[in-house]
Design a protein around this ligand. Structure first.
Ligand SMILES: NC(=O)c1ccc[n+]([C@@H]2O[C@H](COP(=O)([O-])OP(=O)(O)OC[C@H]3O[C@@H](n4cnc5c(N)ncnc54)[C@H](O)[C@@H]3O)[C@@H](O)[C@H]2O)c1
Length: 335
């Protein structure tokens, strides 16, 4: 069996809860090499998940045995790390948002084309069972065409999630996060709508605000903590979306798709993750699997899909091009 060695850049929460455990479980991965500019973080994860740590990024670039990289650094560094990894001949799984601007994302795509290596982006909402079943039902047109949609993603905020659990988190800094909740949670739902509807959002009307979060000095944060928007797709579907870091109760990760002959309700009910209501009054409940939340980390399947794309030499499930089309919508939301 061909096995591969993987390097991870950035040893914060997403590495700890998703990348490291999922690589550790993947039978094709024989070593994980951790790197963080805070060496105690890479050391701790190497101890927790097995593998080793390095103290400079060059050690990842210069090791010919490391063929794949997860870029789990903060947003402002993705275009630097991911492009450099590709230039050094590594396959890359980059965290979302792919970059802090469409221009910078296109630089990554250029590096990918020159390298011929795989680039996948962690838009993990595509992988959940309820979203996959919804995609299948929409594609079958059992409920006719999609007319409208409504989606929401919100939780209590990244100061409860990131490795730095305080108001000085990079998620709140303009020069590091750039897009606030829009790039943190919103971009997941933009990608999801593109995927479910096989369509692309082309027109956006939005309101953004820093309504409640404050930085370490007690000042309102420089990026948005809330977004509400109205959206129109290329195929003429209309929708609304809300993204929030101020849902101070349980998370909201719901999507509703309204079709000609019925409605798909996704993650509205914790027991029945997908509910189909038809125009003639029939209700079909699907018990699939709860979606991952910050407090309930289950396997996303993203790592397996990335490794599979490398081993089978096939196109990754989420491409750089997919990520750029979501970033274009994100830029319109923030304009
Ligand atoms: N796919 C998802 O569902 C999901 C969820 C959360 C976060 N993310 C994304 O993952 C990325 C990381 O988020 P997180 O929650 O792990 O943040 P975090 O703050 O918990 O961890 C980030 C880590 O990266 C390190 N780092 C940053 N730049 C670096 C560099 N150039 N070189 C070495 N180390 C560097 C930091 O020191 C820190 O330890 C972000 O882009 C975020 O948007 C994705």
């Amino acid at each position: 069996m061909n096995t591969i060695k993987v390097g991870i850049i950035g040893c914060g929460s997403i590495t700890r809860f998703r990348h490291a455990p999922e690589y550790a479980e993947n039978p094709y991965v024989d070593e994980i090499v951790f790197y963080d500019r805070h060496v105690e973080r890479s050391k701790a994860l190497a101890e927790e998940f097995g593998g080793r740590f390095v103290v400079s990024v060059e050690e990842l670039w210069n090791d010919p045995e490391i063929t794949a990289i997860s870029d789990c650094s903060s947003n402002e560094n993705h275009h630097l790390n991911t492009s450099e990894a590709l230039r050094n001949g590594k396959h890359v799984l980059c965290e979302k948002p792919l970059a802090v601007s469409v221009d910078k994302a296109e630089q990554i795509l250029e590096a990918q084309q020159k390298s011929g290596k795989k680039l996948m982006v962690d838009h993990n909402q595509r992988f959940t069972k309820a979203h996959q079943k919804a995609k299948e039902l929409i594609a079958s047109k059992e409920l006719g065409e999609v007319l409208t949609f409504k989606t929401s993603f919100g939780h209590q905020g990244p100061e409860h999630w990131g490795v730095n659990k305080s108001n000085s988190t990079w998620f709140f800094k303009k020069e590091r996060s750039h897009s606030g909740v829009a790039g943190d949670l919103g971009v997941h739902k933009i990608d999801l709508i593109h995927y479910l509807l096989d369509d692309e959002i082309t027109d956006v009307h939005s309101f953004t605000g820093a309504l409640d979060k404050v930085d370490e000095n007690g000042k309102p944060i420089e990026v948005c903590d809330n977004v509400v928007c109205a959206l129109k797709t290329q195929k003429g579907r209309l929708g609304t979306a809300s993204f929030s870091w101020t849902y101070y109760g349980s998370e909201d990760n719901t999507t509703t798709i309204y079709c000609e002959k019925g409605i798909l309700k996704i993650y509205h009910d914790p027991e029945n993750q997908l509910i189909v209501e038809t125009k003639d009054g029939e209700v079909i409940q699907y018990q699939l699997e709860p979606i991952q939340t910050n407090d309930n980390q289950t396997k996303t399947g993203v790592i397996d899909a990335f490794i599979d794309a490398i081993i089978q030499d096939k196109e990754p499930v989420v491409t750089g091009k997919d990520a750029v089309s979501s970033l274009k919508v994100l830029e319109k939301i923030l304009q």
